[in-house]
Ligand binder design. Structure first.
Ligand SMILES: NC(=O)c1ccc[n+]([C@@H]2O[C@H](COP(=O)([O-])OP(=O)(O)OC[C@H]3O[C@@H](n4cnc5c(N)ncnc54)[C@H](O)[C@@H]3O)[C@@H](O)[C@H]2O)c1
Ligand SMILES: [Zn+2]
Length: 380
């Protein structure tokens, strides 16, 4: 099936090009790639000073391996900078700490930052790279499934503000992405499943063949089987790369990547962003709601909506609010949606679907219909 073939003819195995003119770069995907990080960094960054930024959990597990790979290539290195793990690190305070640490290490405009961690480190270090000395190069070395298939690709970087998540940021594309699926073996299963929700998202947007493949191989992906996992990461990166290349700054088609996210953001806001609901878990519930809303409007066959739900449930992801009684008030969720960046004149922008792999942008949804599917799920 052509839509599961990840590698375009121009790339070698495990190499996915992101076509953005002079900002183009490659995503390297494979098991054991960390051992080749020195070679890849040297190839894209040359003889420049490199500085690893990571969180203490990731550093404890994998920094030794990255250090060994970089030192084998005798790269000019400044001491690594470690930050506490967790969403709290995407803050103004942590940005200041990071920038001060970078300046203390004497960075200049040719220094290259290596963002080694999950989406939190990627977003923060990428943003620091965007603003330090008016722009430094950086390389993403993502270590969560979510970061490998989503946050490290596409150039969105940033931090949270008091008024909301990801409100301060910049588009800043990396020089390369190095996604070693082997590092995912230490990732807690719940984080793995949360990242898997975003993998399913790409299938549901425009890759029905990939959805069939995931029906067969999803369990192997979640179990961390090397071949299946690398394939899923590569197809996902390719799917995102194609959409980002068409619409780098989200003036149109890139909005498809928000499938399930209008509902998810409302659930996360209502939940107060604590660990009872991970982002990927909210996206799973949100994708179920988006397909139910599509079916309710007569746009998508009920059978496809049911398939989506069954797949996510089998993956161990939440598909309803049964474990989350505190998120069951449809009016509170609607209020969050009305405040969403994407709401316009009281109507809501949703990503809906005509069926598996046929998502589209629906710019003018009656809030009463969205409330309807929320109320139905809350009652279930
Ligand atoms: N820039 C984008 O386009 C984009 C897209 C999606 C999400 N995001 C952002 O990404 C963030 C979430 O990313 P995340 O889910 O990777 O969270 P995260 O970075 O907080 O990582 C989750 C947890 O896993 C730990 N961890 C990371 N790698 C590990 C490994 N290999 N083994 C064991 N533990 C490991 C981390 O220390 C952390 O505690 C959010 O802030 C979200 O806004 C950004
Ligand atoms: Zn997401």
């Amino acid at each position: 099936l052509s839509d599961i073939t990840p590698f375009p003819k121009s790339g070698g195995p495990g190499l996915i090009p992101v076509d953005l003119g002079e900002r183009s770069y490659d995503i390297h995907v494979g098991d054991g790639l960390l051992a080749r990080a020195g070679e890849i960094v040297e190839a894209v960054a040359g003889a420049r000073r490199v500085i690893v930024v990571s969180d203490s959990t990731v550093a404890g597990l994998h920094l030794e391996a990255l250090d060994a790979a970089l030192d084998a290539h005798a790269l000019d290195r400044a001491p690594s900078i470690l930050l506490p793990p967790g969403e709290g690190t995407k803050s103004f305070a942590a940005l200041e700490t990071l920038l001060d640490a970078l300046f203390k290490r004497g960075i200049d405009r040719h220094s290259v930052i290596l963002a080694f961690g999950g989406g939190v480190i990627g977003d923060l270090a990428g943003f620091a790279a965007a603003v330090a000395l008016r722009g430094l190069d950086f390389i993403q070395i993502p270590t969560t499934l979510l970061a490998q298939v989503d946050s490290s690709v596409g150039g969105k970087t940033g931090i949270n503000a008091k008024a909301g998540k990801n409100l301060v940021g910049s588009f800043h594309q990396p020089l390369a992405v190095i996604a070693d699926c082997g590092v995912l073996r230490t990732l807690p299963p719940r984080e793995m499943r949360a990242g898997y929700a975003e993998v399913v998202k790409y299938a549901l947007i425009d890759r029905p063949g990939f959805f069939s493949w995931l029906e067969e191989n999803g369990a192997a992906v979640l179990a961390g089987e090397a071949g299946a996992l690398a394939e899923a990461v590569a197809v996902s990166c390719h799917a995102k790369a194609v959409i980002v290349a068409e619409d780098e700054r989200e003036s149109g088609r890139r909005a498809l990547l928000n499938l399930g996210h209008t509902f998810a953001h409302a659930l996360e806001a209502e939940n107060g962003y604590d660990s009872r609901l991970l982002h990927g878990e909210a996206v799973s519930i949100g994708m179920v709601l988006a397909h139910r809303l599509s079916a309710r409007l007569g746009l998508c066959p009920e059978t496809d909506a049911a398939l989506v739900e069954a797949h996510l449930r089998r993956a161990g992801l939440p598909v309803d609010l049964s474990a989350h009684p505190h998120l069951r008030d449809p009016d509170r969720l609607m209020a969050h949606m009305a405040r969403d960046k994407k709401a316009r004149n009281g109507r809501l922008v949703f990503i809906l679907s005509h069926g598996i792999g046929q998502a589209f942008i629906a710019p003018d949804i009656d809030p009463a219909d969205a409330r309807g599917v929320l109320a139905e799920m809350a009652g279930a």
